[in-house]
Design a binder for this molecule. Structure first.
Ligand SMILES: *[C@@H]1O[C@H](CO)[C@@H](O)[C@H](O)[C@H]1NC(C)=O
Ligand SMILES: *[C@@H]1O[C@H](CO)[C@@H](O)[C@H](O)[C@H]1NC(C)=O
Length: 274
């Protein structure tokens, strides 16, 4: 709507540090939204549908609430990116320096998010393909659906619940993942430990390798094979099945420990809400 855009332009030209774009609780339809602030200028965008939504801040916070867009593109160089409600669309978020990303629900075909030092957090992630990375920030995800690729250098990686294909790799960080349903799960760390939690009834082939491998007693691994070489133990085996070759979990850490534990779905929900 021209009125909404006019408000934006006015707010910017008046030099206000905070920009509110919201028209009395109504969804606003816009073709292209393109907002750029400097210094600590913040942006708040609420209930908008648009073809392209592009926001760029320096240190300012961007708050996005209930956005539906073909493409959502957000950059910040030290600011916070906060998503409330659902952000719906192919999304690309890039937060450099201490910039962090905290989003309630993200849904799109492809989703890319990267941070440098800041936390990267999302409660619900629905994507055909999601790629999330951080240098030293932690990646903390709630419930994840689809093909997900996670990568950090020093940050740790936590996933409360994954039901698709998951690939996570880190150099120094630890990895802690609950796998509720399985396709392919591939977890790698150089220095950190890896904890894999699964329902005791999960059907899977597992291959676990590290300085030490711990399998908790409620989990029955069948046809186990174990090998060790230069302080590195590899344990493989089947859980509740032996035929489905496309359902597997691999966890490999060079210098850390691997733990396989059982956890029910209920427990994972309880942990999430506590
Ligand atoms: C705004 O929307 C919410 C939920 O859609 C509704 O509960 C509330 O009454 C609305 N407020 C106004 C001022 O219309
Ligand atoms: C995400 O990254 C991939 C690989 O770089 C790219 O092909 C894709 O277009 C990106 N998606 C978005 C929504 O930016």
């Amino acid at each position: 709507s021209p009125l909404g855009l006019l408000c934006c332009v006015l707010a910017l030209s008046l030099g206000l540090s905070d920009l509110f774009l919201s028209v009395a609780n109504k969804t606003l339809f816009i073709l292209d939204l393109d907002i750029k602030t400097s210094g600590t200028g913040c942006v708040k965008v609420q209930k908008i549908e648009c073809d392209n939504c592009r926001i760029e801040t320096e240190k300012g916070t961007s708050v996005l609430q209930s956005i539906k867009s073909h493409k959502i593109d957000i950059r910040t160089n030290g600011g916070k990116v906060i998503g409330l409600g659902t952000l719906y669309g192919n999304t690309d978020i890039c937060a450099t320096e201490k910039g962090s990303v905290n989003i309630e629900k993200l849904q799109g075909t492809t989703i890319n998010i990267s941070t440098e030092d800041g936390l990267l957090k999302t409660k619900y992630l629905y994507a055909e393909s999601a790629s999330l990375s951080s240098e030293s920030g932690d990646i903390m995800l709630g419930s994840v659906h689809g093909n997900t690729n996670l990568q950090t250098k020093r940050g740790s990686i936590t996933v409360d619940s994954s039901d698709g294909s998951l690939k996570a790799s880190t150099y120094h960080g630890t990895i802690d993942v609950y796998v509720s349903q399985l396709r392919e799960v591939d977890l790698k760390s150089q220095k950190g430990s890896i904890t894999v939690k699964v329902p005791a009834s999960l059907k899977a082939y597992l291959e676990l390798a590290g300085r030490k491998v711990d399998v908790s007693s409620e989990i029955q691994l069948k046809e186990t094979q174990s090998a060790s070489k230069d302080d590195h133990v590899t344990l493989s085996g089947h859980m509740n099945q032996r035929d489905e070759k496309d359902k597997w979990i691999k966890a490999d850490t060079q210098n850390g420990k691997v733990c396989l534990k059982s956890q029910s779905w209920i427990q994972s929900v309880k942990l999430k809400s506590s």
